[in-house]
Design a protein around this ligand. Structure first.
Ligand SMILES: Nc1ncnc2c1ncn2[C@@H]1O[C@H](COP(=O)(O)OP(=O)(O)OP(=O)(O)O)[C@@H](O)[C@H]1O
Ligand code: SF4
Ligand SMILES: [Mg+2]
Length: 338
């Protein structure tokens, strides 16, 4: 950046997002101080062990958590607009047109009694009633964009007439018809077979590259993150523990949990080397330690780890790590030769 280049504002800025659920044991915080930002066109891989709060975070960004049991605090700024301050009516206008979400199981999100084309067109009409006459043409165009052959015929088919992969493409088309700036995809391919998974993920990357749509891809699969994403945000026990450009995160992780996660993947380990694993278990939401949340499992724990850790920026690439020892540990990442 030169002296005269103004700093670019993030598309999405998530600040101290916390989600708690009303349970029989009282209010239980499941995420804490979640902070990260997304620039226009970036593709973020949101990763971490099961139960660490990835889906809850995605739903909180969209304000889709059940309001009777979920308590959300913190700020979610979309192009500077604080979504928590919007009425539900205003938020409905943001969903779909400015940010959209696709889920693991497309069948549950599609209405079996309407044709897929009508459902996609309706998503456009709902946001742009004054341009309703464009809806059918646009629906056919997005069907083509997501790689559905013969879109003019497919438009008139019903969800049950399509394969799982096709239905997921329809969901992506529906999410894209209003040209949102941000797409959140929560495990969008888990229910599909391996070759279809690869096609859908390639499609998401291509669409993001062509249209500049930013993507938050929630996944367990670090191989997918390596291929599709530009940044990786790692969560552990409800907190973001590392946020880095994807290459840095993979080759030189700075948080012991990110490093452990990478070393425990067969895909990334040197051949014939024994697979590493992270001993112990994730603490439960009702028994979070006051120390670093990873301390009981960390081979590098020392006395400064006994206090709560904060997410600190460590370089100029918006890299942040929640570990007091981030700068002095030399942690293994993915072997560059695998
Ligand atoms: N409606 C709810 N009421 C109470 N607790 C909930 C609710 N929804 C989620 N949780 C809890 O929130 C925590 C985070 O769940 P979340 O679904 O975000 O995990 P995840 O990282 O997406 O996991 P996975 O990789 O398995 O999808 C878990 O402990 C989960 O049990
Ligand atoms: S703060 Fe300490 S215990 Fe936590 S990850 Fe860093 S080195 Fe390990
Ligand atoms: Mg999930």
């Amino acid at each position: 950046m030169t002296e005269h280049t103004p700093p670019v504002a993030p598309l999405l800025d998530v600040r101290n997002l916390q989600v708690a659920f009303q349970t029989r044991q009282g209010l239980l915080a499941v995420t804490h101080d979640v902070c990260f930002s997304v620039m226009q066109g970036e593709r973020i891989g949101l990763v971490g062990e099961s139960g660490c709060g990835k889906s809850v975070t995605g739903l909180a960004l969209m304000r889709l958590l059940p309001t009777d049991v979920a308590r959300v605090s913190g700020q979610v700024l979309l192009q500077g607009k604080d979504l928590s301050q919007l009425s539900e009516h205003q938020m409905r206008a943001v969903r779909g047109s400015e940010m959209a979400m696709i889920f693991q199981e497309p069948m549950s999100a599609l209405d079996p009694v309407f044709t897929i084309g009508e459902q996609i067109a309706e998503a456009f009409r709902a946001h742009f009633p004054s341009r309703a006459e464009e809806a059918i043409e646009r629906a056919m165009h997005v069907l083509e964009q997501v790689g559905i052959a013969l879109p003019r015929q497919r438009y008139y088919e019903y969800p049950h007439q399509l394969s799982g992969g096709m239905r997921q493409r329809v969901m992506i088309a529906m999410a894209l018809i209003c040209e949102p700036k941000l797409l959140i995809a929560d495990e969008p391919t888990t229910a599909l077979d391996v070759t279809v998974q690869a096609q859908i993920l390639d499609l998401l990357r291509d669409l993001s590259e062509r249209t500049g749509t930013a993507l938050i891809l929630i996944t367990h699969d670090l191989g997918v993150v390596a291929e599709i994403c530009t940044r990786m945000v790692t969560m552990y026990a409800g907190e973001v523990v590392e946020d880095a450009p994807v290459e840095d995160a993979l080759l030189s992780p700075r948080h012991p949990y990110t490093s452990g996660l990478l070393r425990s993947l067969p895909h990334f380990s040197p051949r014939n080397a024994p697979l590493a694993f992270i001993p112990g278990r994730v603490p439960l939401p009702d028994a979070m330690p006051e120390s670093c949340r990873f301390m009981a499992r960390c081979a590098h724990a020392a006395s400064p780890c006994r206090i709560e850790q904060i997410l600190r920026p460590i370089d100029e690439h918006r890299r942040s790590v929640r570990c007091v020892r981030a700068q002095d540990l030399n942690l293994p990442g993915v072997s560059a030769h695998v």
